[in-house]
Design a protein around this ligand. Structure first.
Ligand SMILES: [Zn+2]
Length: 279
């Protein structure tokens, strides 16, 4: 089955059904942020990653409810980076958030680093967004900026905090639903210290988190906002290992849906710019 674009209105992502009950929210041509997914396993609804912006995460939850007629059962964080984790707080406390042991530790640490940085940036971002809003004519952009203002206002509040994962794993497991089953695979150190991917073996679909990007760019090496992978050779080897699997559709953390071609390109990129350079 090829990816079917669904009729869902969001300024943040396009929604695809990759196979029966397997959905991907792709931000590629819209707001340039990360991708996420949700899986209808029959008796469970699993959300794979949140989106940076609370409103995009709300859209993701609404889409998951609309197309599955279920409430989210679990949320999985593929890794700890803020663009995949910041929406955690939108989920009700009775929905467990699953992450690797390392992602949990790193998320906890980022409360003092990137999270603190967000709070410090809030006053300037509020000013900047307000100014931008005054000159904006595009209705989608206006909605986005208004949502941004609400977000930065929320971030400024002393009570604003990050919801950390609470179901911590250091091994792989399978969620066997009545309709679909998914393998939640613990990769360990690659793009971050503790990455997770979601594999649908029968449907030949893999959600790769940020192990995979549709496009890579050598300028990342000089960009302090882009984290250096803690284990680039392992990242390269994992990409090659997954390219050799019987998988047809790979959902990257950023960009459009991928095939084996991008996995091999990514593997080559990390080899060239990170593995060889450190030798
Ligand atoms: Zn990341």
């Amino acid at each position: 089955m090829s990816a079917k674009k669904l009729d869902f209105e969001s300024i943040y992502f396009d929604l695809y059904e990759l196979n029966s009950g397997i959905f991907a929210a792709m931000s590629a041509d819209k707001f340039p942020t990360s991708n996420a997914g949700f899986f209808d396993l029959g008796n469970y609804l699993v959300i794979f990653d949140t989106l940076m912006d609370p409103y995009s995460t709300i859209d993701l939850i609404n889409a998951s409810k609309q197309f599955t007629n279920k409430e989210p059962s679990f949320l999985i964080n593929s890794h700890h980076h803020m663009d995949h984790l910041l929406g955690n707080r939108i989920f009700p406390m009775n929905v467990p958030i699953i992450s690797s042991f390392e992602a949990f530790g790193q998320a906890k640490e980022s409360l003092d680093t990137s999270f603190k940085n967000f709070k410090e940036r809030a006053p300037a971002e509020l000013k900047r967004t307000e100014a931008e809003l005054l000159n904006e004519k595009n209705p989608n952009k206006i909605l986005e900026l208004k949502n941004d203002l609400n977000t930065w206002n929320e971030i400024s509040k002393p009570s604003f905090t990050l919801r950390l994962p609470d179901f911590i794993i250091n091994n792989s497991f399978t969620l066997k639903g009545t309709k679909n089953q998914v393998q939640i695979i613990y990769i360990g150190a690659a793009h971050t210290k503790g990455d997770i991917v979601a594999l649908f073996e029968k449907e030949k679909i893999c959600f790769m988190g940020d192990l995979l990007f549709e496009e890579t760019d050598p300028s990342w090496l000089n960009n302090s906002n882009i984290a250096v992978p803690p284990n680039p050779s392992r990242l390269r080897d994992t990409l090659i290992e997954y390219a050799e699997k019987d998988v047809e559709t790979y959902v990257p953390g950023h960009g459009n849906l991928c095939t084996k071609k991008q996995l091999l390109e990514n593997a080559e990129f990390y080899d060239e710019y990170y593995v060889k350079k450190s030798q």
